[in-house]
Design a binder for this molecule. Structure first.
Ligand SMILES: Nc1ncnc2c1ncn2[C@@H]1O[C@H](COP(=O)(O)OP(=O)(O)O)[C@@H](O)[C@H]1O
Ligand SMILES: [Mg+2]
Length: 246
């Protein structure tokens, strides 16, 4: 399956979600996992520095599937590690991405090799994001319960549901995932209530709390689940809910 994390707003927890969900799928669900980092900020590639690096994400957009297949033949795919197509600065060349044909064929090919392909995206409504949504089985939208993040939500959801309606009927939108939630913060609680009232609570997944241990694990380039944080079960519960919807 192909899974995209999408929100054109930055700093809402996309990368943190994706990294930890990748570890969850590998370690708790025994899946072979590929992560594609399409964000030039390369935060995901940084935190997954121990992953099995099998190529550059940019090449998936511009190279022919025969080239990818030839490269993969010479590469060791790992089931005990996360496999990674890392971000490089050439991902900023949107001009060369006029057609999604190479990306589509490359993803189709990779689909045959991995149980789970997770795509991290940049905080911008780019062609890379649109193409990723076009070929995804599952999409999730992390948000922060702060006004700037809420303001962009309807644009993101409209984009996702338009693609679902017109291009990718197979896509399943798993929900909006409030992240970095501080439960004692009244403004955030009010914002969550407003969102439930406006969109319906069914659209929302259980939230991920603000936990310093999560930011630490990403900064230290280790799996949160391998740390001695006492909040691991909390995150596993959220992931179990998401996994049950897939
Ligand atoms: N649940 C969380 N608890 C604490 N810090 C978090 C949490 N989620 C994300 N962060 C931190 O917030 C910042 C932005 O998160 P990030 O995942 O990079 O967002 P995005 O990919 O949407 O830009 C990072 O410094 C990250 O470590
Ligand atoms: Mg990110």
């Amino acid at each position: 399956m192909i899974f995209t994390v999408a929100n054109q707003k930055g700093g809402v927890g996309k990368t943190t979600f994706l990294i930890n969900f990748a570890y969850y799928l590998k370690d708790f669900k025994n899946k072979s996992v590929l992560v594609i980092d399409t964000d030039t900020q390369a935060n995901c590639s940084y935190s997954l520095s121990n992953a099995n690096n099998i190529g550059n994400a940019y090449s998936l957009f511009i190279e022919d599937v025969d080239i990818l297949a030839a490269k993969i033949l010479e590469t060791e795919i790992r089931k005990d590690e996360i496999n990674l197509f890392k971000s490089t600065i050439d991902l900023s060349n949107e001009d060369e991405l006029d057609t999604p044909i190479n990306y589509m064929q490359n993803l189709k090919y990779l689909y045959t090799l991995f149980d789970c392909i997770l795509i991290d995206t940049a905080p911008v409504l780019s062609k890379k994001l649109i193409y990723s949504l076009q070929f995804s089985d599952y999409v999730i939208t992390p948000i922060e319960l702060e006004i700037y993040s809420l303001q962009g939500l309807s644009l993101m959801l409209n984009t996702i549901f338009n693609i679902k309606k017109n291009v990718n009927k197979n896509m399943s939108f798993l929900g909006v995932l409030p992240s970095r939630v501080i439960t004692t913060n009244k403004r955030q609680s009010r914002n969550l209530d407003k969102l439930y009232a406006e969109y319906g609570q069914e659209l929302f997944l259980p939230f991920i709390r603000y936990r310093n241990d999560l930011a630490n694990a990403s900064a230290n380039q280790v799996s949160f689940f391998k740390t001695n944080s006492k909040h691991k079960k909390e995150l596993i519960n959220v992931f179990d809910t998401i996994y049950a919807k897939m």
